[in-house]
Design a protein around this ligand. Structure first.
Ligand SMILES: NC(=O)c1ccc[n+]([C@@H]2O[C@H](COP(=O)([O-])OP(=O)(O)OC[C@H]3O[C@@H](n4cnc5c(N)ncnc54)[C@H](O)[C@@H]3O)[C@@H](O)[C@H]2O)c1
Length: 385
C-alpha cells in the first residue's frame, strides 16, 4: 500500500472536499447534495461548495449550509481550497489551473487525452467513477448503474408521453383501448428500469438483449423476452461483445417484425469502449406506424438507430426518433442524490483519518485512478472504459 498522499500546498489547513457548478449548460446534476455533505461530515470530511451548486437540481444554498458545508462565493474560492474536487463532468483546464498542487479530482466521466495530460502536468491525482469494476464491493460506488437507472426510468416516461397512446389497456364506455406495445433493446441497468417503468404503466413490453442471461431478469419484470436464433459470445466482465457485421445484419433481420409492431421502441444497447451497435436501420424505422416513437439512449455513443442525431429530434415518415444527449440530467434531483452517494462511498474508501490514501493494490482504486501524482497510469490512454 502507498503512504498517504501529501496534502497540497494551499491556503488553510482544513481537509476539504470541494464541489463547483458544472460548466456544461446541459448538466444540471450536482456532485454533492446536502445529504452527501452530511454523510461526509459524519466521516470527518469537511466540504466547501460553490454558491448555487445545487440550484438546478433543487438543492438551495441554505440546505448545504444546514448540512454544515462551507459556502464559497465563486468557483475560484472553492477550487483554491480543494483537497479533493468532486464533479460529474471532467474538470476544465481553468478548473485544473486553480487547484492546489497535489489535489485529487473525482469525476464520473473519464478525462480524454487532453484533460489527462493537463491533470498530469498540474501534478494532480484523478479518478473516474465510470471505470469502476462491476464487483459487489463496489456496488455502493457504482455511478454508471445509478445514472443508468435514472436514464431508463426517464426514457420510459418520455416514450409514454411521445407515443401519444395509452400505455395501459383501458376499458371505457366507448369501448376497450388495447395497451401500447413497447420494445426495449438492451436489457442492462437502463433497459431493465425502462421495462419495469413501462410495465408499471401497463404497457405490453417485449425486450431483447444479446446476453441470454438477461432473459430471466426481463421475465421477472413481467415482460416477454424476444428469443432469437443468434449465437453470441459473452464478453469480459459480464458485458456484451461487439457483433461482427454479419451477425449484426442477421440481428437486424430477426428484429424487423418486432420493431414494426411496436408503438414505442427504447434502445439502450452498448458495448463498453465501443461505438453503440447500429441495430435499427432506416428501413426498420419506415416499417413502424406513423406516430410511433424511438427513444435512443445510446445517442451519446453514436446511437442504436441509424437515424438518431444526438440532442435532436428527427421525424422520419411520421416516426419520431429522440436521441437524448444526457438523459440522467433530465431528472437532476434523484440523479444527484444517487451520484452524491456513490461519491461519498468512494471518498470513504480513499480517505483515512483526514488523509488521502491511494492504495493501488486495491482493485477499485487501481481501476479508477487515471493519473497518480502527475503520472498518467499505464493502460489509461489505450483502455477507454
Ligand atoms: N455486479 C454488479 O455490481 C453490477 C452492477 C451493474 C451492472 N452489472 C452488470 O454489468 C453488465 C452491463 O450492464 P450495463 O447496463 O452497464 O450495460 P451496458 O450499458 O454496457 O449495455 C447495455 C445492454 O446492452 C446490451 N447489448 C450490447 N450489444 C447489444 C446488441 N447488439 N443487441 C442487444 N443488446 C446489446 C448489453 O448486453 C447490455 O445488457 C450487466 O451484466 C449487468 O448485470 C453488474
Amino acid at each position: 500500500m502507498d503512504s498517504a498522499d501529501p496534502a497540497p500546498r494551499g491556503p488553510g489547513d482544513t481537509f476539504l472536499v470541494a464541489a463547483v457548478s458544472e460548466v456544461s449548460a446541459e448538466e444540471r446534476r450536482a456532485a454533492l447534495t446536502p445529504a452527501g455533505v452530511r454523510r461526509l461530515a459524519g466521516a470527518g470530511i469537511g466540504c466547501v461548495v460553490q454558491s448555487g451548486l445545487g440550484i438546478a437540481a433543487g438543492f438551495p444554498d441554505e440546505d448545504y449550509l444546514a448540512a454544515d458545508a462551507q459556502l464559497a462565493p465563486d468557483a475560484h474560492a472553492a477550487l483554491s481550497r480543494a483537497r479533493i474536487l468532486v464533479k460529474v463532468g471532467v474538470p476544465t483546464p481553468a478548473e485544473i489551473a486553480q487547484l492546489p498542487e497535489g489535489a485529487v479530482v473525482l469525476s464520473l466521466s473519464s478525462p480524454g487525452p487532453d484533460a489527462t495530460a493537463a491533470l498530469a502536468r498540474a501534478g494532480l491525482t484523478a479518478f473516474a467513477l465510470e471505470r469502476l469494476p462491476r464487483i459487489s464491493r463496489a456496488q455502493a460506488m457504482d455511478a454508471l448503474s445509478s445514472q443508468a437507472t435514472v436514464a431508463g426510468y426517464w426514457a420510459a416516461l418520455l416514450a409514454a408521453e411521445r407515443a401519444g397512446r395509452f400505455f395501459p389497456m383501458l376499458m371505457t364506455a366507448a369501448g376497450t383501448v388495447p395497451p401500447a406495445r413497447v420494445l426495449v433493446i438492451g436489457a442492462g441497468v437502463a433497459g431493465l428500469q425502462a421495462i419495469a417503468t413501462c410495465r408499471r404503466l401497463g404497457a405490453m413490453v417485449e425486450a431483447y438483449d444479446v446476453r441470454p442471461a438477461t432473459k430471466q431478469e426481463v421475465e421477472s419484470l413481467g415482460a416477454r423476452f424476444v428469443e432469437l436464433p443468434l449465437e453470441v459470445e459473452e464478453g469480459e466482465g459480464g458485458y456484451a461483445r461487439e457483433l461482427t457485421d454479419e451477425t449484426r445484419t442477421r440481428l437486424q433481420k430477426l428484429l424487423e417484425e418486432r420493431v414494426a409492431a411496436s408503438d414505442a421502441l427504447i434502445t439502450t444497447a452498448a458495448v463498453p469502449g465501443r461505438p453503440a451497435p447500429r441495430i435499427v436501420t432506416e428501413a426498420m424505422v419506415a416499417s413502424m406506424h406513423p406516430g410511433a416513437v424511438i427513444v435512443d439512449l445510446a445517442a451519446p455513443s453514436g446511437g442504436n438507430c441509424e437515424l438518431t442525431r444526438a440532442g435532436e429530434e428527427v421525424v422520419h415518415r411520421g416516426v419520431t426518433i429522440l436521441g437524448p444527449r444526457n438523459a440522467p440530467a433530465m431528472m437532476p434531483a434523484p440523479a444527484s442524490e444517487l451520484y452524491a452517494r456513490n461519491v461519498a462511498a468512494f471518498l470513504e474508501l480513499i480517505v483515512e483519518e483526514g488523509r488521502v490514501v491511494v492504495d493501488v493494490d486495491d482493485e477499485i482504486v487501481a481501476a479508477t485512478c487515471v493519473v497518480r501524482r502527475g503520472e498518467v497510469r499505464s493502460g489509461v490512454a489505450e483502455t477507454a472504459p
